[in-house]
Design a protein around this ligand. Structure first.
Ligand SMILES: Cc1ncc(COP(=O)(O)O)c(C=O)c1O
Length: 372
């Protein structure tokens, strides 16, 4: 069993994908072809957001966002220690300082109260990561960012299509802060057939700046108004994404259905804590991550493997403990007790648009069997 079955997802829409890819190949417009513009329009329409600026991958999207906001070297960006490295990497790479705020043990996302305590005159931005498909507590983070006049950059790489209820309004994660940054890595909620990413914003000036930076700092051919990078969404990837975007809601529904099956079977097992689902947040379950006792986690993983069931540890080492960031953080970030405990307790079980209910039931029952 594969943890995600991307081949079968492709086979179901093969004719449409093959035709879209063939169109690009026949057009010869491999860089910034029509499909790229179409995709930006399609995604902004889906997200009900004003601007989608495409780029090469989700990590670039984070870097472009930080570059566009003109942060100064040494400015502090508060982010999560319990995530993929891209957020801390983008911050550190640009000479900014990552400051980690410990996470909420239920949501796995940064805790707004912990963030508030870390704000100093040097804090320029908060970068919440909507981990495993669940949005962070945006209601509190928006209020905080506004109150302290700092930017809010959402890492929505794992949660495209997730929603938050803020007041009476329901908004897509990634469209709430100043900039949302996403990835189209194949296993994401909306994945392409390689690398891809985008920034999302309501601000026309920010959108234009990101576009210029992503294009070698150039707004006009061979006129470089600023130092930029080369970060483009390939036309071929955009063509794939145009075909897949109309299926995104179905894909998310499938993930939520599988999460429900897991929840129903695992709720009878006292040794497993199932993912937290706050009422005001729409979880997209890019991962279905359970918590178990520290002493049992690796044995459970081995047990599942012996039954042919793959599982993953996202993440085995929190970012505050990663050697790469040792020289970039200060003592506020040295110890992250909740994140560090989660690294020892979490296990992500397969969620995948192509797995049948029976397969998910089989996996859930094997988790229960391990503890019986
Ligand atoms: C939370 C998060 N942010 C950013 C990224 C980076 O995306 P990419 O691999 O497209 O650079 C990832 C990718 O796995 C991610 O999970």
């Amino acid at each position: 069993m594969h943890i995600v079955d991307l081949q079968n997802q492709y086979y179901k829409i093969k004719d449409k994908i093959d035709a879209a890819v063939a169109d690009v190949i026949n057009s010869g417009a491999y860089i910034n072809g029509k499909a790229v513009n179409d995709f930006c329009d399609n995604l902004s329409c889906y997200l009900r957001s004003s601007y989608v600026v495409p780029c090469g991958n989700g990590t670039d999207a984070l870097m472009l966002a930080l570059m566009a906001l003109e942060l100064k070297p040494g400015d502090e960006v508060i982010t999560s220690p319990f995530s993929f490295a891209a957020s801390a990497e983008a911050i550190s790479f640009l000479g900014l300082k990552p400051v980690f705020a410990d996470i909420n043990p239920h949501t796995f996302n940064i805790d707004a109260e912990a963030v508030e305590e870390l704000i100093t005159p040097k804090t320029a931005a908060i970068m919440p990561v909507h981990l495993f498909g669940l949005p962070s507590d945006m209601e509190k983070l928006v209020k905080l960012a506004k109150k302290r006049s700092i930017y809010l950059i959402e890492d929505v790489a794992q949660a495209l299509g997730a929603k938050c209820k803020i007041g009476n309004k329901i908004q897509f994660a990634g469209t709430i802060g100043d900039i949302g940054c996403t990835s189209f890595f194949p296993s994401k909620n909306l994945g392409c057939f390689g690398d891809g990413g985008a920034c999302i914003t309501e601000n026309p000036d920010i959108a234009e700046t990101i576009k210029i930076i992503a294009s070698h700092g150039s707004s006009k051919k061979y006129l470089h108004s600023r130092i930029g990078v080369n970060s483009r969404l390939d036309t071929l990837q955009a063509a794939v994404l145009n075909v897949k975007l109309p299926y995104l809601d179905d894909y998310i529904e499938k993930r939520r259905r599988q999460a429900n099956i897991y929840n129903n079977i695992l709720k009878g097992c006292d040794y497993v804590v199932t993912p937290y689902q706050p009422d005001n947040l729409y979880h997209t379950y890019n991962q279905y991550t359970i918590k178990v006792d520290v002493s049992k986690r690796d044995m459970l993983k081995d047990h599942l493997a012996s039954k042919g069931i793959p599982s993953r540890i996202y993440y085995p080492l929190s970012l505050n403990r990663q050697p790469a960031y040792k020289n970039f953080i200060d003592k506020r970030s040295f110890n992250m007790p909740v994140a560090e405990e989660m690294c020892k307790r979490v296990l992500s079980l397969p969620v995948d648009t192509e797995k049948s209910d029976e397969v998910i039931e089989f996996i859930a029952n094997e988790v229960v069997n391990f503890f019986n």
